[in-house]
Design a binder for this molecule. Structure first.
Ligand code: AMP
Length: 411
């Protein structure tokens, strides 16, 4: 089955067409500046990237362009729309309602809408993509895959904040966690690579990208994660602040004579390694270069970022009651030997030994970077959220075909 994976934002739409049998991406692309002017890129498997400026007034037009590109007689990879067996949609927030991927129907759309106040920037945009796809492909089954679902196994002690309990009951204010599709994919892959049963293995997964989060995975379940009600909590990120004393918000508001909304903008867009480095850069390629040249601003940002990752790993080792492995993934985790070295070298107390040569050569490939006699294994495992979405979509559609009376599935 060929599965179209859609990741829809308010003005962008990323897509991949994945063959569920070979698990290969047959094509991928991006529609940007939707509703503004519009541009589109499309890369067929084994082909060159094709970029063009094209008017994209809304998401319905974006989906039409995706279909036109996929079926284009010259660059396309399928001969007709009929070849698309299902569509998998990334949905950011599933609240407590969605603990697993789900076949989309009107009730599911209604329920995703009902929890949109938890992710006002993301869920409505995700739903625009769902609606546009349903309009263009009314008979094709669609599946919602949630960023939060993997973390729904967290126990109460991990997901509750120290706030009045009534806020959780009335408003659902709690830790939800994000990047769940990545944490799930990478932790399953780590168990495979370590030749351990997923139900037995204890892992700490470090998803270090522009957005960054860590999770503790114990015997097949996520038991804690660093992002919270929103993706602002936890690690220091590209431009997001991560954990702070909540009083800081009011202090900045008073000192800078601004509103809470302005402070929130700073915490989301001007903080993280970008703010810490005195606006040197939010991109780790620049920060690494600065660090190597002993630039003070870059060095401060890199060191502080790594220290916070280290602290989280330590706390998740305790939460997991020991671990078998640590995994690095996402843009920085997969590509930065420097960041991995600065973190792993300080974990010697766990019996971890870094294989420096393996670490230096591991860039964007699956690789064990601890020595053979390291007590805890350390791996680099590239994430593949699109493939994880395609797998869930296939599983659900295949199951629904065989059990037509059911619209949801337990794994
Ligand atoms: P992501 O959000 O997973 O796409 O990751 C984006 C982050 O990965 C950015 O901070 C990039 O600078 C960083 N990144 C990508 N490639 C490299 C690289 N070769 N070395 C260091 N950081 C990288």
């Amino acid at each position: 089955m060929k599965i179209l994976v859609i990741n829809c934002g308010s003005s962008s739409l990323k897509f991949q067409l994945i063959d569920s049998k070979t698990e290969e991406a047959l094509a991928k692309g991006l529609c940007e500046r939707i509703g503004i002017d519009g541009s589109m890129s499309f890369t067929p498997k084994d082909g060159e990237k094709i970029k063009r400026e094209v008017a994209i007034p809304d998401h319905t037009r974006a989906i039409q362009l995706v279909i036109e590109s996929l079926t284009d007689p010259t660059h396309g990879v399928i001969s007709s729309l009929e070849e698309i067996g299902a569509v998998g949609h990334r949905i950011v927030h599933g609240g407590e309602r969605f603990t697993k991927s789900t076949l989309i129907d009107d009730d599911v759309i209604h329920d995703i809408e009902a929890i949109s106040d938890l992710a006002p920037l993301h869920n409505p945009a995700n739903l625009i993509g769902v609606r546009a796809c349903r309009e263009a492909m009314p008979s094709v089954p669609m599946v919602a895959v949630f960023d939060t679902a993997f973390h729904q196994t967290m126990p109460e002690e991990a997901y509750l904040y120290g706030l009045p309990y009534e806020y959780y009951v009335k408003h659902g204010i709690r830790r939800y966690g994000f990047h769940g599709t990545s944490h799930s994919y990478v932790s399953h892959r780590a168990a495979e690579l370590m030749r351990r049963n997923y139900e037995d293995v204890k892992l700490v997964i470090c998803h270090l990208g522009n957005g960054a989060s860590i999770s503790a995975v114990r015997r097949g379940q996520c038991i804690d994660t660093s992002m919270g009600l929103t993706p602002l909590e936890g690690l220091i990120m590209g431009t997001r602040v991560g954990d702070i004393d909540p009083s800081v918000i009011d202090v900045i508001r008073q000192k800078e004579h601004c509103h809470v909304a302005d402070v929130m903008e700073v915490l989301n867009k001007k903080s993280g390694v970008y703010g810490l480095s005195n606006y040197y850069s939010s991109d780790f390629r620049d920060l690494e270069e600065g660090y190597e040249k002993s630039n003070e601003d870059a060095t401060r940002a890199v060191k502080t970022f790594c220290y916070h990752v280290l602290k989280y790993i330590g706390s998740y080792v305790a939460a997991n009651n020991g671990i078998h492995g640590i995994v690095f993934t996402a843009g920085i985790g997969e590509n930065s030997p420097l960041v991995r070295r600065l973190i792993v070298r300080r974990l010697g107390f766990l019996g971890i030994q870094l294989d420096e040569e393996a670490n230096n050569s591991a860039r964007g490939v699956e690789k064990e970077i601890s020595t053979l006699d390291s007590l805890v294994k350390v791996w680099v495992i590239p994430t593949n959220e699109e493939l994880a979405i395609a797998r869930d979509t296939y599983k659900l559609c295949h199951f629904a075909e065989e059990n037509p009376a059911t619209s949801t599935v337990t794994e």
